[in-house]
Design a protein around this ligand. Structure first.
Ligand code: GLY
Length: 369
């Protein structure tokens, strides 16, 4: 098992990564579980796969799970579901000193985290992410949110969990497509700050995707360690350090918007293509060597992720895509900060990117393949 500390003054916590952690959930979570009844908010599928394991572990410690089921999918990150969940937590008598367990992917983690941020002005929670994307990204760092009619994750709070348990065995039941989508965020950590890790992924990416235990643990723990370091440096995304985690997300957001935030394109798939385009755009501006951009294209392609816009079958213009970016929540005083690359392992925030130029670049990409 790997243990990574997220160091935050007064609110430090551990992320534990390994195989079989759900089986020992009660032991890991013991310092946070004061009562016999343990509220567990779970994605329906995660409960189907892991409910019995969680119950057996809690029972061995004389505890009982009280389940709250969440329908899979972004639709559950809604005001309606938030109201239903907080009403349930109040009815269950959850108090500030209690900890609610969030079992599932990013939807459950974001929804539960936000409910816990506002319940009685804040109660505790434990993240138990069961998807690769949630393990390496959304469960760590305290961003919680629901969606609004105006866009994704626009209503939320920073609220750090007390503990994160990333059980790699949970990934055995994940569809390959979800696994690949999560892997895009793993590649991101190599790109934005760790060239050695990127090179390791070039060699070992197939083993990670095949869920080889040692390769998977190394990839997940290294990703989380990078995220933990960045979150500790810039918890509330005010200095620019945490913004690096958005590499590929501005281009990616445009593709997600154009495909209706649907299963047609998963978030991780959009991020993968977004990172490729961020690299190509960086190369076009003479900031990044062409060879580095091609290395990324090959790594994305080898992982079975989209590396060309043509894979999306879009019928839109570069301008249409650039217009979506105007609604990105990272817009700041009328400008959209872009994450670009200087080399593999060195991303930076560029504030001088003109959307017209991006639209022209995307037109070229739309026509190229
Ligand atoms: N997912 C980006 C962040 O946590 O900042």
């Amino acid at each position: 098992m790997a243990v990574i500390a997220v160091e935050l003054a007064g609110r430090s916590y551990e992320v534990r990564v390994g195989h079989g952690l759900l089986r020992d959930l009660a032991d890991h979570a013991a310092p946070f579980l004061r009562k016999e009844i343990v509220p567990v908010v779970a994605d329906r599928n995660a409960r189907r796969h892991w409910g019995a394991t969680v119950e057996a572990s809690l029972a061995s410690a004389g505890k009982l799970a009280r389940w709250y089921d969440v329908e899979p999918g972004e639709g559950s990150k809604s005001w309606r579901e938030l109201e239903r969940l907080t009403d349930w937590m109040l009815a269950e008598g959850v108090e500030r000193g209690d900890h609610v367990v969030a079992l599932g992917g990013g939807v459950v983690g974001d929804l539960t985290g936000f409910a816990c941020a506002i319940l009685k002005r804040g109660c505790g929670f434990i993240q138990v992410p069961t998807t690769l994307l949630a393990q390496v990204d959304s469960s760590v760092g305290g961003k919680t949110a629901i969606n609004s009619a105006a866009g994704k994750n626009l209503v939320g709070a920073f609220h750090q969990p007390a503990l994160v348990l990333a059980d790699l065995a949970a990934l055995d039941t994940l569809r390959d497509r979800e696994m690949r989508a999560g892997y895009a965020e793993v590649l991101k950590y190599g790109l934005l700050g760790d060239a050695d890790f990127f090179a390791w992924l070039e060699e070992n990416g197939a083993a990670v995707l095949a869920r080889d235990p040692a390769a998977l643990e190394h990839a997940v723990a290294t990703s989380i360690a990078t995220k933990a370091r960045i979150v500790a440096e810039d918890e509330r995304e005010t200095t620019g350090a945490r913004a690096l985690l958005n590499l590929g997300h501005t281009f990616g957001h445009a593709f997600e918007a154009e495909t209706g935030f649907s299963d047609r394109l998963l978030h991780g798939e959009a991020v993968a293509l977004g990172m490729v385009l961020a690299a190509r755009y960086s190369a076009r501006r003479g900031l990044l060597a062409e060879e580095a951009s091609q290395r990324l294209t090959r790594a994305v392609d080898a992982a079975g992720l989209p590396a060309e816009i043509s894979a999306l079958n879009l019928s839109c213009s570069g301008r249409d895509l650039a217009d979506h970016m105007l609604h990105d929540k990272k817009m700041d005083a009328g400008t959209l900060p872009f994450l670009l690359l200087r080399s593999i392992g060195a991303a930076f925030l560029a504030k001088d990117v003109a959307l017209d130029d991006v639209a022209q670049f995307l037109d070229g990409e739309l026509q190229a393949h």
